[in-house]
Design a protein around this ligand. Structure first.
Ligand code: ZN
Length: 134
């Protein structure tokens, strides 16, 4: 695993949160993207090398809707960059970690992603992400 690629924050109202974080950081989000397979709308902010992803559910079955129902708004996941996601998944499974996604899927921001099961990582939801070469 490499650097923290971004931190994901679950929000109820992404428009309001774009305003809030825009005021906090002193700059606007640089992109908004829907990820239909996860039932979310995302937006991204960049501060120097650090990225923050806001996530709002688009339906009740979305993992973000379930997260907010259980825990309320707040930090949802930490994403780490990996050079080769397939290899990293295989390595982690070899170490006994449970994956939510055994196979990488297409995520926001031109990435292949896979989540680990948070029960296996002290309650912290960890995302692996690999840049898709374009
Ligand atoms: Zn993420």
């Amino acid at each position: 695993m490499e650097k923290i690629e971004h931190i994901g924050i679950a929000v109820k109202d992404i428009e309001a949160s774009n305003e809030l974080f825009g005021a906090l950081f002193g700059k606007k989000h640089y992109k908004t993207e829907a990820v239909e397979s996860e039932g979310v709308i995302t937006s991204f902010f960049k501060n120097g090398p650090n990225k923050i992803e806001l996530l709002q559910a688009t339906n009740e079955d979305s993992p973000i809707a379930k997260f907010i129902e259980k825990k309320g708004e707040g930090i949802h996941h930490i994403a780490f960059a990996v050079a080769n996601i397939e290899k990293e998944i295989a390595r982690l499974k070899g170490e006994g970690f449970k994956m939510i996604h055994e196979k990488p899927k297409k995520g926001a921001d031109n990435k292949l992603i896979a989540f680990l099961h948070p029960k296996a990582t002290n309650g912290v939801l960890i995302e692996l992400c690999q840049e898709i070469d374009s």
